[in-house]
Each structure stands twice: as structure tokens, then as C-alpha cells.
Design a protein. Structure first.
Lengths: 162, 225
């Protein structure tokens, strides 16, 4: 996808959750855990990457389980929808997605939500959880959307989350 | 079906124009009038006429670019180059909408988490194609299935293998990348495996290596191709 210039006032926040089939230290999960470090490193150097949730003193957020002990969370910020799309689907990350059913159960409800935030801020997992719930309840809209049905940033810097 | 679709199809009714279209599409790059004329052994003005007709019909796109190495009068002007349009033309009579059905099915697979079954079904379909093919090489098999294979990728240690210039599931892959690319990978793996088995050869290896503007699958060549 072509990359338009980033919006000066808004960044894209992204949350996705995955319901683990087994604890991460199990041998059946090694295909996933082996990819964690290289794919995170790839994200960090991808064009348009701004921020991702990392636990203090850890390389990632895999030990943070704000939505339950079996639920992994990814929370990140990107300059544009296109930059996130390209990282998600046009890098080695696609291979991880292709195999996700080996490691994750199907998630009832929304497993990924996107929304716009003021540039320079970062989202919290709680906020991400609310966006997932909004998406599940209402379908894609300006407050919570998906890569398949993206929405433009707000025209004026108004932030309200119903 | 709209008029532009009819116009596009009609533009290809002329055999010479069809050869020109195929030449530009197969080249995978921007082609000049002189280059196309030379390749087909026709006059430059004739090639220019037909290339412009193809562009008017939306089948080719025109790019104007300065071409280095040209000399003499007019060499400073940007050349008119042609490449295949990203615009898709499809005619189905009576009206059919398999793409809509594919999208709904993809959504259902995703909602149900049925990727494993999808991969298995795709692999089996690929095996049927690979077992039945009369293609003389892996390259020809991929060509007949519309993948438009080309040598590469450059990154391969031994410089062998194919990249696939065309994604046969382009719009589906745009909306459901992991599903469509996963389906495609297993389809290709099945084709290669069944074809190789039928010939007692070692199958070429297919893997995902996504890149914009082409199919996400790359193939590591074996000796037979």
C-alpha cells in the first residue's frame, strides 16, 4: 500500500488480543515464541512505527495479562493505517498470522481494534479494551475500526468515546 | 456489465493488439513504442497506434519518463511508455459474482477459526491440479495458472527460484491477507508436490515472502524447472 504523509495531529492506536491455546513456555508454543523477538524488532524499525506496549524490564508485553491470564495483548501506535497495514501484511509478520490457529484459539468478539489518538500520547490497555468492546457492539466506526474497514482521522481534534 | 468493460474486451479483439498487450504484460515493466515495435517486428507508428488504443480502453497505463541514453533531437523530451493497467477487466455471461461469494466464505472461515480446514482443502485442490497438469516444467505450470513467474528473488543465495508477478486472488488477498495468502501458499505447495511425485522428482519449495505489488509466495527452484 502506498504511504500518504502522516497526519500531523493524529496517530493510529492499535490493540489486538489472542487467546492462548497453551502457556507460552510449552513446547507447542515455541513456533510463536521464537518469532516474538524478530517480529518485534521488525515492527520497531518499520516505517511509521511510533510506540508499542512493553513491560518494564521486559522485551515485550507478553507477561502483561490485563484481560485474563490466557489473553495476550498487543498495543501499539502507528503514524498511518497504511504503515500498520504494510507491517502487518507485507512482512514476515504475515507468516505469524497465517499460523496463528496453531497457537491461539478463535476469539469470540473483536480481536483487533484501531482508533485515532492525539499524536504524542499513548493508549492504555483499558482504553484498548473499551475500543474492542465498541467494535464488537457497533461494528466498524470512527471510534473503533479495523484494517479492512478503516476510517479517516477526525477533522477537528475532538476526542470523545461514547 | 458497463460499457468500459465491453470496450476493453473489444480492444483485444484485434490479434495484433492482443500480441502487443501480451508483450507489455509479460515484460512486467514499462515498455516504449520502439521497443514494442521491434519485439513484434512491426512499424513504430503502427505499434504506437495500437498501444494508444489499448491505453484508451484502460488496459494499459501511459507513463511519461525521461529515458537515459537517447541522443539527438527530441531526446530531452520524456518518452511515452506503457505498462499493464492495475484496472481489472472481467466478463462473465450470464452475470456471476464469485468474488462476493469468496468474500463471504472468507469471512465465515475467519469467524469460525477454520484456517486449518482451509489450508487442508487448498492443499488437496493444489494436488489435483498438480497431478493432472501436462505442463512441461514448474515454470509453465505456474504460468498456466496465471501467476506470471519470473526469475528471482535476488535475495536467494544461489540466485535461483521464482517470484510470482501476479496474484490470482488480488482483491481477496487485499481484504483477507492471512486467509488468501495462506490458501494460495497451500494451493501452490499442493501443485508442486503432486507434480513432482508424478515424475519422481523432488518438489520445489514454496514459502511466504510478502512484498507489495506481487504474489506473496516465492518458489525455490529445483533442477527440473
Amino acid at each position: 500500500m502506498s504511504t500518504p504523509s502522516p497526519h500531523p495531529s493524529f496517530h493510529l492506536a492499535q490493540i489486538n488480543v489472542g487467546l492462548l491455546k497453551e502457556p507460552l513456555d510449552q513446547p507447542s508454543m515455541s513456533g510463536f515464541t521464537d518469532l516474538l523477538e524478530p517480529v518485534n524488532a521488525l515492527a520497531d524499525r518499520s516505517p511509521g512505527f511510533v510506540w508499542r506496549l512493553v513491560e518494564e524490564g521486559e522485551p515485550d508485553a507478553t507477561k502483561m495479562r490485563p484481560f485474563g491470564t490466557e489473553v495476550l495483548v498487543n498495543l501499539s501506535v502507528w503514524e498511518t493505517v497504511e504503515s500498520l497495514w504494510d507491517f502487518t501484511y507485507r512482512t514476515e509478520h504475515l507468516e505469524l498470522l497465517r499460523q496463528r490457529r496453531d497457537w491461539f484459539h478463535r476469539f469470540s468478539g473483536a480481536h483487533l481494534a484501531l482508533w485515532w489518538i492525539p499524536a504524542g500520547t499513548v493508549p492504555t490497555p483499558e482504553e484498548g479494551g473499551q475500543r474492542l468492546e465498541t467494535l464488537r457492539a457497533k461494528g466498524p466506526g470512527p471510534d473503533a475500526f479495523t484494517l479492512r474497514d478503516p476510517f479517516d482521522p477526525p477533522a477537528t481534534p475532538q476526542f470523545s468515546h461514547p | 456489465m458497463d460499457d468500459s468493460t465491453i470496450d476493453a474486451a473489444r480492444a483485444l479483439g484485434d490479434p495484433l493488439r492482443r500480441r502487443l498487450y501480451n508483450y507489455v504484460a509479460d515484460s512486467g515493466e514499462e515498455v516504449g513504442r520502439g521497443q514494442a515495435a521491434e519485439a513484434l517486428g512491426i512499424q513504430r507508428t503502427l505499434a504506437a497506434h495500437h498501444l494508444d488504443r489499448l491505453a484508451e480502453a484502460g488496459l494499459l497505463e501511459v507513463v511519461r519518463r525521461k529515458v537515459s541514453g537517447r541522443e539527438g533531437p527530441g531526446s530531452g523530451r520524456p518518452a511515452k511508455l506503457y505498462r499493464r493497467s492495475v484496472h481489472e477487466v472481467s466478463i462473465q455471461l450470464p452475470p456471476r459474482d464469485y468474488e462476493l461469494a469468496a468474500r463471504v466464505l472468507a469471512e465465515a472461515v475467519e469467524r469460525h477459526g477454520a484456517e486449518e480446514s482451509l489450508h487442508a482443502a487448498a492443499r488437496e485442490e493444489g494436488r489435483r491440479i498438480g497431478a493432472a497438469t501436462e505442463a512441461g516444467s514448474v515454470l509453465e505450470l505456474l504460468r498456466t495458472r496465471g501467476y506470471e513467474p519470473e526469475a528471482g528473488p535476488e535475495g536467494e543465495a544461489d540466485g535461483s527460484g521464482f517470484r510470482l508477478r501476479n496474484c490470482p486472488f488480488h482483491r481477496l488477498a487485499r481484504d483477507f491477507p492471512p486467509l488468501a495468502c495462506g490458501l494460495n501458499l497451500e494451493l501452490v505447495r499442493g501443485m508442486l508436490a503432486a507434480r513432482a511425485e508424478a515424475r519422481g522428482e523432488e518438489a520445489a519449495e514454496a514459502r511466504l515472502a510478502p512484498e507489495s505489488g506481487r504474489c506473496c509466495v516465492v518458489i525455490s527452484k529445483n533442477n527440473d524447472s
